[in-house]
Design a protein around this ligand. Sequence first.
Ligand code: ADP
Length: 479
Amino acid sequence: MGQDVHGHFIGGAWVGGQATPDANPSDLENPVGLYVQGGAAEAEAGIAAAQAAFPAWSLSGLEQRLDILDRIGAELIARKAELGALLAREEGKTLAEGTGEVGRSGQFFRYYAAETLRQMGEVADSVRPGIEVQVRREPLGVIGIITPWNFPTAIPAWKIAPALAYGNCVVFKPAELVPASAWALAEIIGRSGLPAGVFNMILGPGRDVGQAIVDSPQVDAVTFTGSVETGRRIARDAVARMAKVQLEMGGKNPLVVLDDADLDTAVSAAVNGAYFATGQRCTASSRLIVTEGIHDRFVEALKARVGALKVGNALDPESQIGPVVDQNQLDQNLSYLDIGVKEGARLAMGGERLKRQTRGYFMAPALLTEAHNQMRIAREEIFGPIAAVIRVKDYDEALAVANDTDFGLTAGIVTTSLKYASHFRRHAQAGCVMVNLPTAGTDYHVPFGGRKASSYGPREQGSTAREFYTVVKTSYVAA
Ligand code: ADP
């Protein structure tokens, strides 16, 4: 392997290959480094290593797993500033966001370190006298983990940590745009004391490495986060061979603002939910559904706050919004603004390409107003710093519009009314509901996931994760 080439991690060793530069969206002249691009052969080597390691790892002691996960978590937390800067450089979220993400990734490992000791089963009397029934969970086997670019450390962390905690082996394929964050995570995991083959990382394209993982009969389960289109394809292919599958996909998350809302809370929730992380979050609030009594005041206050946001190089500590991740995503964002205006929405602010000292994919956060819920900008996930305001008459209409979507990941409401807050919590058709909070930003010790086209299969995170990463065994013993 060339000195500066970052390789795959297979069977406890680093493996080289053909490498390509990893782009820096804030500064196109300064790529992050050279990372290998594998194919089906590397994926198969990783799967074979995982399969060979499984029998011993599935029976490993709980304290061994706890110590390893705790070590990984502690190192991520200790190095969050350094690794957060690397993440910001490669993905484009700001330094503060990158640092926060790496710290959060460490917390996932620490949480699942403790969770290893909480693997309790159940004992019951049989309906037949003299027989005892035991119900316990066992590891599944080899887990394929396929992740997107928008949370390059946290999403891998929240899948890898429970996979290992519950005694599985891992074949991890990160997104093509973010190999550096994945490599840094794999490097830490590689030094944590895990037996060779328990954890493997293969870098490369989804259609080769990813597809080989999905299609391999040796992979017992696939957990995926990414686009709806890829998720559907993965589900189809995994189910065809009866593999377990878990998908987290897009969102078109509503933030409802009622007349009785505290204006500052509403604007803060909208700015955070719609624009932070450059709007590149599946939990982003892309539909701001606002009742008519507060509509104009809300739009004016939001414009003032969004207009003051500093867009710039992700590594500049002053930047509040980093660049868009790549040219494709930028083109998609700009084309949705055109589509919105053609459909009759008003571009109230933003949407221009911005020049900064370094060449990058900078755009001004954009706000569309006078949108309605049948427009494409209100139905399709944009995944950029763009929000659309939909004016509604009252709470009932707001709830109906909020739920009128193919997606169902998060839904938020800003109100001072207990009655409406309680009703919304009960009737919002979403996996996560937020009251007087942004639609983005969730904890690590409770379930995360959505409904409808947003998710498929058991929930992620918290102790609920065991439903995906383990299989139930019921055994009967005659006394
Ligand atoms: P995004 O828009 O977030 O890049 P994708 O769904 O295209 O969403 O990608 C998410 C992950 O899925 C990436 O790691 C990508 O390489 C992988 N992927 C893409 N196509 C396939 C496929 N056919 N099989 C398996 N994984 C794939």
